[in-house]
Design a protein around this ligand. Structure first.
Ligand code: SF4
Length: 719
């Protein structure tokens, strides 16, 4: 076990070395607040959720508990690295921080001089990104992007904004603990271990809530459900429209709510008139009586019903319209602003530490859209990649990349575009705790210490009550790794941006902010989190209250006037998507409760629980191919891309015959990840067909098909 040494650099009181240190988890982005318990020698002994934190209620998920593996991982990056010029392109040398940061500053200044500061972009995910965001804005660029938008939850934010006038954010304001009916569409809560939500779902089930799961796979959530609808993939929108049809035609909607709060009901009614369960059956393979029964179950629970908006919703390129249909269904059931439906969340506004105004950027990510995706609320990562490819001759070229905490080759679909862009950028800096694939493409690699070894911004997330949580280092950074705030500040000083970093240590910023909020580091060290009073005392709509909704009509828009203004369908329409060719199967991917994307697949503690992914194959398909238990295959997609490594077949009735399923985040091809290298298949590499959402730029990734290349038959195998 590695030992922590002196903590004097980070603390004012050495006594805390034997106490619990407050932190919040960074293994996923639910950010559960936790205590880091140290033993008398200052080693980390355990991690424990903070009881009063609504993100976790004192209980961490398996990944959160195993977060310690991130700190002890023997493959961690511990010193800055620079690519050896004139070498084989794959060789890096160890350098000092001064050399690495001076090189980056010199390159950034050169790009600024030749192309403007806007030519430097930031790709980020997680807490560290905030420090580099501050640096980049001070430098003069607002070209900042995160794949969590266009590759993940962006469509639902726009779908709900078009309907209710506001986005959902994270955590979603779903009142699961009090719901009587929860509908999950391609959303596998439980395997997708968003802690507080999963706990609430479990409590709701105990209290008799009905779960309805729509999924081509018999997920863990499906196993807890009253109804499992094994839908034909890519037809979910047809089911949603048919549910809307039943709820309207059978008069099951919340009439008073619809009349008072919504706009466009008659047009919606007319629109779905022909979308009967019988029409839907031919598309989805879900029987009409089951469509009617489930619609009635939802209506019976109204308004304490949630048709869950989902999280990773970039599937088929019509995702904003699908999530619009989800939002419309919730509106008809009267669940928005109602107990057991969606509550009105609040968060603490963290005061900004005083620094000069940022210089005004001459152009930003909006210009990169070039008239496309008019309703994108945040930047669209793939447009940054396209603007970096020289042959595109972008009017607004991106020339330098800072990449913090996001493993782009396993995140952005169609790797060929990423690889092309990498050849053309003049500066590529990767900041990470681990030698993820992305670091292999960088000119400079900056080793970040883990969340257990650093300060970051205060956590302030929307919830039933406003809360803040503090992250403090429990142990000293390993090797020569550093916190992101330190890197951003040092680089800022080298760029002459001293005025934006008027502090020696980030603790000064936190102290100042906490003082403005009426608390202090001392108090937060004792409590870890702090709860504040709500501004609006009510979590739900009051009787007879009809608020102004931030849409063009001021109402909940069943019929979207804003979409209409932009030339899009004001009401969602089902359009059929391509189906797999003969001997190909739809590639479905998802999550496992013990892993977060590709970031945990080298973690000793978590690979003990799950070391690799397998490919789920229906017995009918296994029979056609002659697969037996333990057969190993490679996967080849419709464009001829073959997986780097083989994967074991798992024969199970839990997946439809027209699809296969793998857990995302495996198939690492960087040998420096000694535990994860060569284990399983990387689904992102097989996603070469992208169906882009014209409304907001989401990259639909579920339209890819794979077939099998037999690698190895097991001896004495049986089905
Ligand atoms: S859900 Fe699990 S991994 Fe995510 S923040 Fe919470 S404890 Fe950490």
């Amino acid at each position: 076990m590695l030992k922590a040494s002196s903590l004097a650099q980070y603390t004012r009181s050495p006594e805390w070395a034997t106490k619990a240190i407050p932190n919040f988890c960074e293994v996923c982005f639910w950010k559960c607040a936790k205590w880091v318990n140290l033993d008398e020698d200052g080693n980390i002994r355990s991690l424990k959720g903070i009881d009063d934190d609504p993100h976790c209620n004192g209980r961490l998920c398996p990944r959160g508990t195993g977060g310690l593996g991130m700190y002890y991982d023997k493959d961690r990056l511990t010193t800055p690295l620079m690519r050896v010029e004139g070498g084989d392109g794959q060789t890096f040398k160890e350098v000092s921080w001064d050399e690495a940061l001076s090189f980056i500053a010199e390159k950034m200044n050169s790009l600024k001089e030749r192309y403007g500061p806007e030519s430097v972009a930031l790709f980020n995910h997680g807490s560290s990104g905030k420090h580099f965001t501050h640096l980049l804005k001070a430098f003069g660029s607002t070209n900042i992007t995160a794949p969590s938008y266009a590759q993940c939850r962006g469509p639902r934010e726009v779908g709900f904004k078009m309907t209710f006038g506001q986005t959902l954010g994270s955590p979603e304001p779903t009142d699961i603990r009090d719901t009587r009916c929860l509908v999950l569409i391609g959303s596998h809560l439980g395997e997708n271990m968003h802690n507080g939500q999963v706990q609430e779902m479990s409590d709701a089930i105990d209290q008799g809530a009905d779960i309805i799961t729509v999924d081509p796979r018999y997920s863990t959530a499906a196993s807890k459900s009253r109804y499992w609808l094994p839908i034909k993939p890519s037809t979910d929108l047809a089911l949603l429209l048919s549910w809307i049809h039943v709820i309207i035609e059978e008069g099951l909607y919340d009439k008073d709510y619809v009349e008072k709060h919504t706009y466009g009901f008659d047009r919606l009614r007319h629109h779905v008139k022909r979308m009967t369960p019988e029409w839907c059956y031919g598309i989805t393979t879900i029987k009409p009586d089951l469509i009617r029964k489930t619609a009635r179950t939802m209506a019976g629970a109204s308004p304490a019903v949630i048709v869950h908006p989902g999280r990773h919703v970039t599937w088929y390129g019509d995702d904003t319209q699908r999530t619009r249909a989800i939002a419309i269904l919730n509106a008809l059931l009267g669940s928005w602003g109602r107990r057991g439906g969606f509550y009105f969340s609040e968060k603490v506004k963290i005061p900004s530490f005083p620094t000069p105004d940022y210089p005004k950027a001459k152009w930003s990510w909006r210009e990169l859209l070039d008239g496309k995706y008019p309703l994108a609320g945040l930047s669209v990562s793939q447009t940054f990649i396209e603007a970096s490819i020289a042959e595109n001759k972008s009017e607004h070229p991106i020339k330098g990349w800072l990449v913090s905490g996001t493993n782009l080759p396993l995140t952005i679909p169609d790797n060929s575009r990423f690889e092309k862009a990498v050849q053309d950028v003049e500066l590529f800096v990767a900041v990470d705790t681990m030698p993820m694939e992305v670091t292999g493409y960088a000119d400079v690699v900056l080793p970040e210490c883990t969340y257990l070894e650093r300060h970051d911004d205060l956590r302030s997330s929307p919830h039933r009550q406003p809360y803040i949580a503090l992250r403090m280092p429990a142990v000293e950074p390993l090797g020569d790794s550093k916190p992101a705030w330190w890197m951003a500040r040092e680089l800022g000083l080298k760029l002459g941006l001293d005025a934006y970093f008027p502090y020696e240590h980030f603790e000064e910023v936190l102290e100042w902010q906490l003082k403005q909020l009426g608390t202090s580091m001392e108090e937060m060290q004792m409590t870890g989190i702090k709860r504040f009073e709500r501004q609006n005392p009510s979590l739900y709509l009051k009787d007879e209250e009809v608020p102004y909704y931030n849409t063009l009509s001021g109402k909940i828009e069943l019929y979207s006037t804003e979409l209409e203004q932009h030339g899009f369908d004001p009401l969602p329409n089902y359009v059929a998507h391509p189906e797999p060719p003969d001997n190909y199967y739809r590639l479905n991917y998802g999550r496992a409760p013990m892993h977060t994307f590709s970031r945990t697949s080298n973690n000793d503690y978590l690979t003990d629980l799950m070391e690799t992914n397998t490919v789920w194959v229906n017995p009918r398909v296994a029979k056609i191919w002659g697969f037996k238990k333990g057969t190993k295959v490679k996967l080849r997609n419709q464009d001829g891309v073959v997986s780097d490594f083989p994967i074991e077949v798992r024969i199970t009735e839990r997946i439809r015959w027209d699809s296969i399923y793998i857990v995302h985040g495996f198939g690492h091809n960087n040998k420096k990840l000694t535990k994860a290298y060569g284990k399983g298949v990387n689904d992102t590499a097989l996603i070469t067909k992208v169906m882009t959402d014209p409304i907001m730029g989401g990259t639909g990734m579920r339209g890819n098909f794979v077939t099998f290349e037999l690698i190895e038959e097991p001896e004495n195998a049986t089905i």
